[in-house]
Write a protein that binds this ligand. Structure first.
Ligand SMILES: [Zn+2]
Length: 100
């Protein structure tokens, strides 16, 4: 008499949403999490998921390291004038978007 054979829907990893978010949500929020754009409550929930779920946890770790590398490299290689020009262009863009 087998009732469950382990092919339940919506549990792709060990955590299975027990932390308050499922993997889709955790991955979706990962960028905001790393950017520090989440509320403290939200951060805690995501952090707990990353702790409980190895695939998401290593993805977060990888993403964080990648950002650090890009950050470091950019400082070495992009001339300040270019950064200023890009910033000015973004600023200009923002002003256009303001209308309407
Ligand atoms: Zn997960």
């Amino acid at each position: 008499m087998s009732e469950v054979d382990g092919t339940e829907l919506g549990a792709p990893c060990g955590d299975g949403g027990a932390s308050g978010v499922d993997c889709d949500e955790a991955v979706h929020q990962l960028y905001h999490f790393l950017d520090g754009e989440l509320t403290e409550d939200r951060r805690a929930v995501i952090a707990r998921h990353l702790d409980n779920c190895a695939p998401c946890g290593s993805a977060a770790h990888f993403e964080a390291e990648l950002r650090q590398v890009i950050h470091d490299r950019c400082h070495d290689r992009v001339p300040p004038q270019l950064i200023e020009r890009v910033a000015a262009a973004i600023d200009e863009e923002g002003r256009h978007g303001d209308q309407g």
